[in-house]
Design a protein. Structure first.
Ligand SMILES: [Zn+2]
Length: 128
């Protein structure tokens, strides 16, 4: 019987919200982010990084992506809403802003993450 090499912690696949679970999570983020305003067709708010508009439908469908501020690879929560925000697809695809690979070993990445956590905190509203 061949035995697969055991995965190190950082290699384990992270649980990812998919489908309606993902949409539910997006709605939770929207409700706790003061930049998001509800209108007839859904919500519109701002990307955590660049402040560009992000649209979210009433059932949570969005071109925006869920951003883990403290990367899940570094133990950041995927359910704690203070660690989650919405990012536009452009920012999500931009390699330049990715801090995951060097967090928390690089002081610059730590600074970026701390700034994003503070920004998220400033945007926080209690879900009503
Ligand atoms: Zn953006």
């Amino acid at each position: 019987m061949s035995r697969k090499r055991r995965l190190r912690e950082e290699e384990k696949p992270q649980p990812r919200a998919k489908g309606s679970a993902r949409q539910d999570l997006i709605l939770e983020i929207v409700k706790t982010d003061v930049t998001f305003e509800q209108y007839a067709e859904g919500w519109v708010g701002r990307c955590l990084h660049c402040n560009t508009s992000i649209h979210v439908g009433l059932s949570g469908q969005s071109s925006g992506t869920i951003e883990h501020i403290v990367p899940s690879s570094a133990g950041g929560s995927g359910t704690d809403l203070t660690n989650l925000a919405l990012a536009c697809s452009r920012c999500n695809n931009e390699k330049g802003i990715r801090h995951d690979p060097v967090y928390p070993s690089d002081p610059r990445a730590v600074e970026v993450v701390n700034n994003l956590l503070a920004k998220r905190k400033k945007r926080w509203r209690e879900p009503g």
